[in-house]
Write a protein that binds this ligand. Sequence first.
Ligand code: AMP
Ligand code: MG
Length: 394
Amino acid sequence: MKSVDQHLADILSTVRPLAPLEVELESALGTTLAEEIVSPVPLPPFNNSAMDGYAVRAVDVQDVPVTLPVIDDVAAGAGEMLAIGPGHAARIMTGGPMPAGADAVVPVEWTDGGKVSVRVDRAASVGNAIRLAGEDVRAGDTVLRPGTVIGPAQLGIIAGVGRRRVLVRPRPRVVVLATGAELVEPGLALGHGQIWDSNSFTLTAAVREAGGDGFRAPTVGDDPAAFLEQLDAQLVRADAVITSGGVSMGAYEPVKEALGPLGTVRFEKVAMQPGMPQGFGVVGDDQVPVFALPGNPVSSFVSFMLFVRPALRRMRGLEAGFPETTAVRLGADVRSPEGKRSFLRGRLAGDVVEPVRGQGSHQLAALASADALIVVPEEVTALTAGEEVRVIRL
Ligand code: AMP
Ligand code: MG
């Protein structure tokens, strides 16, 4: 049997970062920046008021209270403005450009709020409540480096330096294709021997959560030809494909039967529980990576976390490896098969993890109640309550 680490290493050495492309800002959330973002201008671009108040010469508001005539009204976005001469004040709003001559802003709270003349009750010193040009970013400064994941704030600064389009590694487009003659679309009635397809929903959502765009392909039965046809139809829009089911040792294993003969996808036993049967390889002219995951719901989910998620990170141009683990204490005894790495489902309470009831690879409700995978190493067959274990947080 192949080790978990070897299988992951094989996957990560096959999968490549997606080629950068230019996208509109609206499509950039969750992508990875592939260029340096440099500001062409200082930010703020001009000196402006940090508060609603009055632009004045500081020398005129040292002896307070003092009353000054209000000669202008400066809103944010104002273009032409009167210069502030000695003894003058202009009403100014937050973001309004500082008029020539003024070197301080008196917040409205320090005044009587007058519109024709204003009584200033508190002295303001030079520079008070002024945001200086360039105090956030100087012209020519780098504001973001390649490899940064674009979240809302990163998107904000890209727009904030005036860019409309940006060069990024896109979110990987991942087609999820579930197989199984027993599968019925949720919402429809079950016949005897049938179950509702859940894996394709789980996996599509997991892709989205991992920074990709998941697409649910129509489910296919257990006919390898029908599977290949659907795969072929989906490949055009896929940076990667995840299949579910049809990779085990039994009969009616359409994924294995269809992809095995191609020679580019290997079906192997990986020393893990759940999720032992795994297929991985590339298909089509574009060598699209295919993750052929087992059909048991817990197995396919755990396989996603261990193998597909890191691969998606690599495709996004990010550091990729085994999922991050943290050390906690076991709340109960557990057993694990010798020679396999186990990923038991557990619930965390502080730094204690309690295995959930129902550790079968079909027990999806138990998985849904868990928030951690308890990692039991290959050589360990039993652990007792209180011992330290490592968990992958879900
Ligand atoms: P397979 O890997 O195709 O042999 O399937 C293993 C088990 O997982 C069987 O009990 C299937 O019914 C179940 N299964 C396969 N695909 C799905 C799916 N998409 N949703 C829920 N259960 C599934
Ligand atoms: Mg099946």
